[in-house]
Design a protein around this ligand. Structure first.
Ligand code: AMP
Ligand code: MG
Ligand code: ZN
Length: 497
């Protein structure tokens, strides 16, 4: 896009001008990222964007308020402050705190501000490279497969001495440039991840532990990449996705929500039987951030923090399996009725899919996850028996049809969810390709979009192939009479895959 310097700006700025300016700004950032900078052009573009912002500043046009839609307020009758109050008190939307008038930035200094921003980013990159210990060669080797669906989180856990979550989260934050973009202090990140891993070990669960959290975090990254939904997101949304995945089972007790409700546990009392564990995961993780030594979001602006928090809460609460049917139905009907896709709903579905993704992975991974989950279920069944309660479905270690349960789980839960993810991604991403179909985008971030249609097709066939193969493996076990919990192979979790 040609820079529009020299064009006269009046106080009415058209939507097209805004859109062009946003693209222009993003292009500048991208050029800086790949270090292909024409300084004269950069200066002209910055001058143009500064003059546009200055025109807006002079006009004093207030940002539009979405609360109008909810409360049907007529902007000519209701003053801005009253609309803000109504919106923040009587709708669910959290209004970002408006900057006080005297705090408005002086746009004449915008070039300096951008230069300072670049400088701070460089400083953060340097701090990370000096503070990070050298990774063992085996870890580096393992992380080479980070973008692959078949990434082996068990191997990463082994070579990182049981720190797969910490290692993976840092790697992904750096890979997506989020540490420098949001100025995440390396010391806070290290301390936060130590605490997070500690919380995942609290109940020594066979399945819901830090390795599962690492697996889900990796899978969210891979889903965003493979479906190309990544290109639809802002950096803050990517950060929210990775964070939500990393914390989504924090301090899991190794029991189901129904167990909490039936035993009237402390958590069930606190959360009134609603999404008992999920409410705890998200609440306890945000509590960790209250300490400034572990607050990785310390440098986010208040509106950024509010947006991230709201997104993370919605995503983690969406991992409550009891909301599966509702989530799937709502997204299906949105796609059928050609409505626009709500981002938090789409991202919640992606986290939910990642959470149940192991049956859609290669057998070598799926066959290691299933016995772990079963062992956790059986431990709950043992407790239920001890307490004189009825044993929950799939929790009786002497009488559970493991193979059949896996086949049914894939057919009724995993496949419909992944099919929906594939359909949703097509709906989201294909218009993005059309938007960038003009002069080829210079940014490395958008270059990947050009291959999208083929990628979406190959993603769909990949997860379908794995679920089909895994179902066949379980069917073979049924045929060979090793499908039940009390038959040695599934009971011990030893598998020959
Ligand atoms: P979460 O507890 O957050 O990890 O959510 C995932 C839930 O999906 C588990 O607790 C199980 O209830 C269910 N799930 C995941 N994988 C399987 C599986 N292979 N078989 C049966 N249920 C599964
Ligand atoms: Mg969970
Ligand atoms: Zn989980």
């Amino acid at each position: 896009m040609a820079p529009q310097h020299g064009k006269t700006l009046n106080t009415h700025i058209s939507v097209d001008t805004w859109r062009s300016t946003i693209i222009l700004l993003k292009r500048m950032v991208q050029q800086l990222e790949i270090r292909e900078v024409d300084f004269d052009e950069l200066k002209r573009n910055l001058e143009f964007t500064a003059s546009l912002l200055e025109a807006l500043y002079t006009s004093g046009t207030p940002p539009s308020l979405d609360a109008d839609d909810d409360l049907q307020l007529r902007s000519d009758v209701v003053p801005v402050e009253v609309r803000d109050w109504l919106a923040s008190t009587f709708t669910q939307r959290v209004q970002p705190i408006r900057q006080r008038l005297e705090e408005k930035p002086k746009f004449r200094s915008i070039v300096h501000a951008v230069q300072a921003g670049i400088f701070v980013e460089r400083m953060f990159r340097k701090a990370y490279s000096t503070a990070m210990p050298d990774q063992p060669a085996e870890v580096i080797n393992c992380l080479r497969d980070l973008d692959r669906w078949s990434f082996d989180v068990f191997s990463l856990d082994a070579v990182s001495s049981g720190h797969s979550l910490k290692t993976l989260f840092i790697e992904l934050i750096i890979k997506h440039h989020l540490n420098s973009r949001f100025k995440v202090p390396i010391s806070c990140l290290m301390s936060f991840l130590c605490e997070l891993e500690r919380g995942y070990s609290k109940h020594t669960n066979a399945y819901h532990n830090h390795t599962h959290a690492a697996d889900v975090t990796h899978t969210v990254h891979c889903l965003l990449l493979r479906t190309r939904v990544l290109y639809w997101l802002t950096e803050l949304e990517v950060l929210a996705c990775l964070f939500a995945a990393a914390i989504h089972d924090y301090e899991h007790t190794g029991n189901t929500n129904n167990f909490h409700i039936n035993t009237r546990s402390e958590l069930a009392m606190i959360y009134n039987d609603h999404s008992v564990q999920e409410s705890h995961h998200v609440s306890a993780a945000f509590r960790l951030l209250q300490d400034e030594n572990t607050n990785i979001f310390i440098n986010l602006t208040r509106p950024e923090w509010l947006e991230l928090r709201s997104l993370v809460i919605e995503m983690v609460l969406g991992t409550d399996m009891s909301s599966h049917v509702l989530q799937v139905k709502a997204m299906r009907s949105c796609l059928q009725q050609h409505e626009s896709i709500d981002k938090p709903k789409a991202l919640s579905l992606i986290l939910h899919a990642a959470d149940i993704s192991h049956p859609a992975k290669p057998w070598s991974l799926h066959s290691r996850w299933t016995p772990r989950l079963m062992e956790e279920f059986f431990t709950q069944g043992d407790k239920e028996a001890e307490m004189g309660l009825a044993i929950s479905p799939l929790c009786d270690r002497h009488n559970t049809p493991v193979s059949q349960s896996q086949i049914a789980f894939m057919e009724f839960i995993v496949e419909p969810t992944f099919s929906l993810i594939s359909d949703m991604s097509e709906k989201i991403v294909i218009p993005l390709i059309q938007d960038t179909a003009g002069p080829s985008p210079t940014c490395s971030r958008y270059r990947g979009l050009q291959w999208t249609v083929a990628d979406l097709v190959s993603f769909r066939s990949m997860w379908m192939r794995h679920t089909e193969e895994n179902k066949n493996r379980w069917r073979d076990k049924v045929k060979n009479g090793v499908s039940h919990s009390d038959e040695s192979e599934t009971q011990t979790g030893q598998d020959t895959a």
